[in-house]
Design a protein around this ligand. Sequence first.
Ligand code: GDP
Length: 133
Amino acid sequence: MEQTLSLIKPDAVERNLIGKIVTVFEENNLTIKEIKKIHVTLEFAQKFYEMHSERPFFKDLCSYISSGPLVAIVLEGDNAIQKNRDLMGATNPSEAQEGTIRKMFAISIDKNSVHGSDSSESSKREIDLFFKQ
Ligand code: GDP
């Protein structure tokens, strides 16, 4: 069993998509171990996305993720990290495959509805940031 961090980002929370997105996880054998709705500060967002601090979109990314409430989820299941990434689809929704969360719900590369840890190291770090501090 593996764990990963999922975020339902502010654009999806604002559009009442929490239930639809959680349903995708549950129907694909990912179990909700922890879940909470939280409005993070800009400082928290900057720490969460610190690996992107040199990228041109960093400022917009951090102000967006702290612009309204999001839902943080610890998902558990076999191969949970990769499975969640597959269910999410490509970062840019215009490139995401049919049936993926981003294809179904995302608005743009900025408002792309979900986050998922991309490795076991980032999963541990991100679960720690959201649920153990
Ligand atoms: P993810 O793992 O698919 O979410 O993608 P990354 O970890 O590479 O990037 C984190 C977030 O930054 C993405 O979900 C996007 O919202 C945003 N992002 C990534 N690349 C770009 C880009 O080229 N332009 C813009 N505007 N945003 C980006």
